[in-house]
Every structure is written in C-alpha cells, then in structure tokens.
Design a protein around this ligand. Sequence first.
Ligand code: TYM
Length: 329
Amino acid sequence: METVVSGIRSTGNLHLGNYFGALKNFVKMQHENNCYFFIADYHSLTTHPTPDDLHGKVKQVLAEYLACGLDPEASTIYLQSDVPEISELYLLLNMNAYVGELERTTSFKDKIRKNPENVNAGLLTYPVLMAADIIIHNATRVPVGKDQEQNLEMARKFARRFNNMYKVDYFKEPQPYNFGEALVKIPGLDGTGKMGKSEGNGIYLFDDAKTIKKKVMKAVTDSGPTEKNSEMPEIIQNLFTLMDVVSDKSTIDFFREKYAECEIRYGDLKKQLAEDITNFNAPIRERILDNLSNNDYLRKVAKMGAEKARESASKTVKDVREIFGFKSF
Ligand code: TYM
C-alpha cells in the first residue's frame, strides 16, 4: 500500500487540466491506498484573495472534489489551513531551504515575471510549503500534472536533505505519479501552453453547455492542412489532446483521418468537441450543484478530514521536532 498525497490550490473553479492531470488518478487510487487529498488554501494566499473570496472558493472546490468522485470514507479530504502541523513543518523546513535554490525555480521566475508588483515571500517559499504538505504524511506517490514536476523534485530534495543533515532515514522521497504513464499536460484553448486558472484559457468542470460551446468555438486554429498526412501544428494538436480525454476513439479516429486527408472542417471538430466536453461535464456539474446546496455535508466532510489528517500530521511533527533537538524540561 502506498501513501498518496495530492492537492489543488483554491484560486478558482477546477478545470479539465486539474481533473485529467491530478484528480482522475487520485480517485483511481483511493480505494487501495492510504490517500490524502487537500485544498491548498494557504497556497492561494500568494495571490491575495479577498476575505470574501477565500471561503467561497474553498467551498466551491470542496464541492467539486466530491463531485469528481473523491470518497470521504476512503480517503482523507481536508483543508490545508485546518492542519496547523503543516505550518509548523513548513517553518522548520524553511530553515534548511536556501534562497538561491528557491529563486531559481521556474514557477517562481514565471510568477514574478507575470506579477512584478506582488513578489511576496510566500511565493518564494511556495515549494517549501508544498514539500511540507507532502512529507507531513510521508507520502510515496503524488498524482499531479506535468507542471508540478519541478515542485516535486524540490520536495524530494528537502526530504533527502533532512535525512542527510540529521543522519536519519525518516522521510521517503515522494514520486510524481501517473500509473507508469508520462505526466499529463492539458493544453489551453488559446494555443499558448497549459490550461490554467490564472491563464483565463480554461474549461471548468462547472461550465454549462452554452459556456463550453462559446469557449471551444473561439479556440485558435489555422487555415487547415494543405498536404496529406502532414504534421499538426501545436494549436491543432491541442484540440486533439482535448478530444483524446473526452471523446470516443471512433470520433477521434474520424477527425484524425479527415485531417490526414486535408478534408477537416474545424467548425465540425469544435462542435463535436464542445458536445463531448458538455457530456463529460454534465453529471459532474449536477453533483457540484447538489453538494453546494448541502452545507452540512460539506462541513461534516471537512471536519472528519481535518481530524484524520491531524492524526497523521501530528505524529510526523512530533518526530521531526525531536530529530531537530527540541526537548521539554
Ligand atoms: P494547481 O492548483 O495549479 O493544480 C492542481 C493539479 O492540477 C494539475 N494541473 C494540470 N494537469 C495537467 N494539465 C494542466 N493544464 C493542468 N493544470 C493543473 C496540477 O499539476 C496539479 O496536480 N502547487 C499545486 C498545489 C499543491 C500540491 C501540494 C499538489 C500544493 N501542495 C502537494 C500536490 C501535492 C498547484 O498549484 O496545483
């Protein structure tokens, strides 16, 4: 049995990238393993949500997790901010994390380039908090999308460094996980890389048929292939990558063939893609609405999760404090 940890920032509704990059794999693992799934609400503070926004988004994300099939009986589902032990481990790990290595991470460089007016220390130490999230349960597997690979590498580095510095064999090294397959990167609809919450190019699980159609029809395309069996440019490949996750094989084959034969009509492809995404979303959307209207249920899930998570987390923090050398008189 593996110990599995994964989480999602509560900066906005969940999109198809979150689902196919992380949630789907987590859901598949939850019945056979010791699984923890949490809402990274502390991480979301790096982008300064308003106090009103903060709770609403956490509630929405919790309702969405459950709608995607996370089972609160099988796995431990909790809010990061409900487990104070994570903050303590974060503080301790920060003492052994170096500013130079944190400044060099791609996501930090990326964020400061995009938001030069908000280069806060939380952003710099983001990978340390993420490492604390993971190693607090001594996780071995972390189902994430491709974009989190470097953060996972940092988590392994901090775990290893702790073991080396204190001459212990305490933390295991957590591995990114996708059932032996490559990690997933779901593209955005604007042709500029990954689908993201901050990129404004996402299709959310909560989107309805009309919204999806509008977004998909606006997706960037080119003027079409002119030579048979030619290679697809990235913007077209992106549409097929989305099809790969929501459409039937026969549909995908049909449009691939049309492309190869230079007979493709992007309008038809987009219409089909929008329909398939809508069919994928519809039952999830319904369950999200259901969950949102059941505050008692959400409260119960969060309370139960916090208790279970703290049990495991407090054991780790107790051990780590001892290893650091804290003693009571
Ligand atoms: P976040 O909230 O940006 O994304 C949550 C999860 O969704 C995956 N993901 C994607 N996968 C494929 N294609 C995409 N376009 C795409 N967009 C997002 C991410 O890889 C991630 O698995 N730092 C994390 C949250 C976090 C965390 C953790 C995750 C905090 N602590 C501990 C795992 C373990 C983040 O911002 O993910």
